[in-house]
Design a protein around this ligand. Sequence first.
Ligand code: NAP
Length: 267
Amino acid sequence: MGKIRVAVAGAKGRMGREAVKMILDDEALAFVRGIDRTENGVDVGEAIGIGTIGVTFSNAIEDVLLKDKPDVLIDLTHPDAGKRHTRLALEYGVRPVVGTTGWTPQEIADVDKLSRDRHIGAVIAPNFAIGAVLMMKFAQTAAKYMPHVEIIEMHHDQKLDAPSGTAMKTAELIAQNRRELKQGHPNEVEQLEGARGGYYDGLRVHSVRLPGLVAHQQVLFGGPGQTLTLRHDSLDRQSFMPGVNLAVKKVMQLGHLVYGLEHLLDD
Ligand code: NAP
């Protein structure tokens, strides 16, 4: 079998440059183009400080999809751009593997429909870190026995969407395993707007944004006389790359959208 040809949108970003290095380190993958909104014709390796690699940037995604014909487009950009790139990739017959967050359930359903209509795979994963996926699974199990729960997610201060895709996905999984529950005192009053966090099916989600953080989440469960805390920390963006690598390989076999890395892992 030939190499899987991969283009990366957002290749100059913090996640994108890790994705480029991951592709270059894997003999089963071939890096064909970096996509950026400004850079055009510049060597990607030079731009990201790893030396000349002989693969250039393009600022025209449709040209890349049409002329370079990658098998897979990895998107690690910005919520608006990521949605546009994902749709365009599927329209041009290129499988999107998307780490860009900020998707609504309707937008995810629309990608799945387009993917099925075109008979090609797509992956959107709010968190490509295996430890985070395990945290979500454990949280879903715990919610069955300890239904009082709150989520605190903490990210670097350049993140645009809140709450994080991981927190939303964790809340969805928890909601599948418990009935909607009004938590806290029935007459509680917020003295400061937003103090109790965002509301999702009875549970609260709190978003912290600070320089110095990467991506962290705690899921706190409380019951009479006990608490349980699940915590995951991504300390470096390398933590996401084994998951991105797995998705690039698995998406080649799919004919629909897979939303969430957990669905690509063998039990
Ligand atoms: P970042 O460092 O800001 O990088 C984003 C990159 O995308 C930049 O190079 C930016 O270029 C580029 N970009 C923005 N709009 C673009 C467009 N229209 N066309 C082409 N490129 C465009 O951010 P990051 O930390 O790498 O994160 C990127 C995305 O991944 C975010 O959505 C983040 O939430 C998500 N993320 C996902 C995971 C996961 O596991 N799923 C983990 C971490 C982060 P400029 O410099 O010109 O703006």
